[in-house]
Design a protein around this ligand. Structure first.
Ligand code: S3P
Length: 449
């Protein structure tokens, strides 16, 4: 677990104003390194997210013989010298995913196809998260996986090779599971198929064609990958749009602080990531899409946010997977809305970087909110402000820390958010960007708290 680091946040001293360019999309950054490393040829990636999670993925490939050159000091542009589908080398040591669930789950699919054994581990928080959801399908495809709790807990050792194609009918709406099976499918002897209970983010399906591999999505939602000989580095660079999951913190902050006017520049608006906007629109937020365009295969737009009275909402269950990473900050919005907010069917939140239902309920309650925890969601009665003057624990979960920093903007007194350093996993410059639009948030000095 990422321990340490205290943020001191709120209240905002005035309206939030300005344009914000948030870093590149975390999900796409992981996938870009994976596909480029497994391709024949050299791929340049621009807009890469240099967060700790994505660096863990890049480092894994470096540990398996892939040459990766950083093209700028910010580490947002890189050149990846692909080794081909069968060119990875057995690593000399454990592969460390750090805090990154996406890294470990997608890499389980990649490693299942290698003709060597490798062991993948992570930090204390990741070692508590369930892996059976990806271990079961790759075992059915023929890989051998050993690990704690029958292979459900890291570290796991994967001995791979040529795989059998399967049709995986997933019980969980999880893009990580779907992507793991598709990546393992690159090494399978037939057509790999996946069905999911609700559609989830489709970046793997959109990015594989850039590397010469179409993925078919049938009308009934069945996703199919034909047998693959090789992936080919694209002729032009892969560009990664700004991450809507990062932008959403500022959208909520601007909605909550009276008089605010903030524009989030060129963020991904893929429908499978746009649930946060549907939820916020449902709550009456004032969001306007401007300058819609495409970055590679992904739609993007500027989103202008004006502050506005948020109101009651019963979240549509269909929006849950499409907003799954945004619920911590949406809970913050709901705590300050007019009326009742109900979220159900979201038990997946309990197995993220922390138990996001319990941890957000504790933190918001300590800050003065009225939130009732449910097994699969929460019921929140909005208040006009939070009392604040509270110490809360982010439990090493980046999105909890940032969500509480947003909630604090409408508190009556500051909130001290402990164990917040995990922000670096997904959004290293969160604090400076937040300050640039006028949010009241800073890192505590040593010895201050
Ligand atoms: C991700 C999928 C989601 C999301 C995670 C990133 C991905 O996880 O929460 O932050 O990049 O595929 P699940 O697949 O477990 O829902």
């Amino acid at each position: 677990m990422n321990v340490g680091g205290t943020l001191i946040a709120g209240p905002a001293s005035g309206p939030l104003k300005g344009d914000i360019v948030v870093p590149g999309d975390k999900s796409m950054s992981h996938r870009s390194v994976m596909l480029a490393s497994l391709a024949d040829g050299v791929t340049e990636v621009h807009g890469f997210l240099p967060g700790e999670d994505n660096i863990s993925t890049a480092k894994m490939f470096i540990d398996m013989g892939v040459k990766i050159e950083w093209l700028n000091d910010e580490k947002t542009s890189l050149r990846i010298h692909g080794v081909g589908l069968h060119g990875l080398k057995a690593p000399d040591a454990l592969l460390d995913a750090g805090n990154a669930g996406t890294c470990v789950r997608l890499m389980t699919g990649v490693l299942a196809g290698q003709d060597f054994a490798s062991t993948i581990t992570g930090d204390a928080s990741l070692c508590k998260r369930p892996m059976k959801r990806v271990v079961d399908p790759v075992r059915r495809m023929g890989a051998k996986v050993e690990g704690g709790d029958g292979g459900n807990m890291l570290p796991i050792t994967i001995t791979g090779g040529k795989l059998n194609a399967i049709h995986h009918i997933s019980e969980i709406a999880s893009a990580q599971v779907k992507s793991c099976v598709l990546l393992a499918g690159l090494y399978a002897d037939g057509v790999t198929k996946v069905n999911e209970p609700k559609p989830t983010r489709d970046h793997t399906e959109r990015m594989l064609p850039l590397f010469g591999q179409p993925v078919d999505v049938a009308d009934d939602g069945t996703i199919s990958l034909n047998p693959v000989d090789k992936l080919i580095a694209p002729d032009s660079a892969v560009h990664i749009p700004a991450d809507p999951s990062s932008a959403c913190f500022f959208a909520v902050a601007a909605s909550l602080v009276p008089g605010s006017d903030v524009t989030l520049k060129s963020i991904g608006i893929n429908a499978r990531r746009d649930g946060w906007r549907r939820v916020m629109n449902g709550m009456g937020a004032d969001l306007t899409l401007l300058n819609e365009s495409m970055v590679g295969k992904e739609p993007v737009a500027d989103v202008r946010v004006l502050s506005g009275g948020l109101h009651t909402l019963n979240v549509d269950a269909n929006d849950v997977p499409d907003a799954i990473d945004e619920f911590p900050v949406i809970f913050a919005a709901a705590s300050l809305a007019d009326g009742e907010f109900v979220l159900a069917d979201a038990e997946e939140l309990r197995v993220k970087e922390s138990d996001r239902i319990a941890v957000m309920a504790d933190a918001l309650r300590a800050a003065g909110a009225d939130i009732e925890e449910k097994h699969d969601g929460a019921v929140i009665q909005g208040l006009s402000s939070l009392s604040g003057d509270a110490n809360v624990d982010a439990h090493g979960d980046h999105r909890i820390a940032m969500a509480m920093a947003v909630a604090a903007q409408r508190a009556n007194a500051e909130i001290r958010i402990h164990n917040a350093s995990a922000i670096a996993t997904s959004f290293p410059n969160f604090v400076s960007l937040a300050q640039s639009i006028g949010m009241n948030v800073r890192w505590a000095d040593e010895g201050e708290v």
